[in-house]
Design a protein around this ligand. Sequence first.
Ligand code: UD1
Length: 365
Amino acid sequence: MHILHVIGARPNFMKAAPVLRALTAFPDVEQTLVHTGQHYDAGMSDVFFQQLGMPEPDFNLEVGSGTHAQQTAAVMQAFEPVVQQGKPNLVLVYGDVNSTLAAALVCSKLGVRVGHVEAGLRSHDRDMPEEINRLLTDQISELLFTPSRDGDENLIREGIDPGKIHLVGNVMIDSLVRLLPSSEQFFSANVTEPYALVTLHRPSNVDDLGWLRELLAALSDLSSHLSIVFPVHPRTRQRVNELGFSNQSNSRLRLLDPLPYLEFTALQRRACVVITDSGGIQEETTFLGVPCLTVRENTERPVTVKMGTNQLVGRDVLKLKRAVIDIVQNATGGKTQRRDSTCIPLWDGHAAERIAQIIVQCWTR
Ligand code: UD1
């Protein structure tokens, strides 16, 4: 059986790595890895392959950046001949990025089966490009691998045949479970505790320069309470440069280049609080029991809020500042909010093995 994996952007890499690994246990499975090139900077791509122990891609479509239409169309055009020549039995797509939808669309038109890893997540906010990618990818997938029960419920509500849905758990947590112990040696000694770890890259936060300016000012203010480490995504870096923002040399707010997986994981584990708009980081902080403040009005990962580690602060800098100060005071006053590794069913490091088993069973039935 021939399985082709499609990855393109940073959060895809830690989701695909454990699935590739788990499928190597089945000698009859041939695997092909296609990188669309949606993310192309070495710091956004190559270093993740090295640290996650992923094989070199068999194909790199080198589509790069562009508008949504340009990027999606470029993946579709470049990917179609790869599928036509490779004749895979199944194409696995990951998460909610443009490359995911583009590849799924190509396959559905060619009559090739698609498996969607991380199916069923919904923010119910159709202004997010990722929500459109999730909705459409799920509609045209034959195998839907969900990370949590709410994913199943969303899919059933949308009329998806329950026989296609498989609750397997969270593959991103598989990578975290495997690499957390070795991440410790990558902890940067230059960071003084307590510190907040920040990531922001959603268009709704960084493309609105007025709002981004407010957020940066809030982070500057907060740096009088704790150190702030902010690895900056390329999209955000462009906007920060447009604003002409530079932090004072004596400031405890440090803007860094994007960090590799192990360095970031080490920082995340020891953070007093994480401030983010990323989806995956809401999940990782939940697993690690680290308080997370999500700078969004909604989340497609409500389970992280239910577990109590994640709080939505929306578009409200006062709420953000108050929440950070509360967390710092509780942490330094000994009333720590940090929880023991929070246990969501099936977030156990074995989701990819379950996916591999299901795929192989489907093909040998
Ligand atoms: C994409 C995903 C988002 C995911 C994020 C993780 C979509 C719709 N969005 O957003 O869901 O959370 O990846 O990072 O697929 N750029 C570089 N170098 C790179 C990649 C990007 O400089 O290696 C710059 C380019 O100027 C580009 C911009 O960042 O225009 C945005 O990149 P893009 O891939 O369009 O979307 P992301 O914001 O990264």
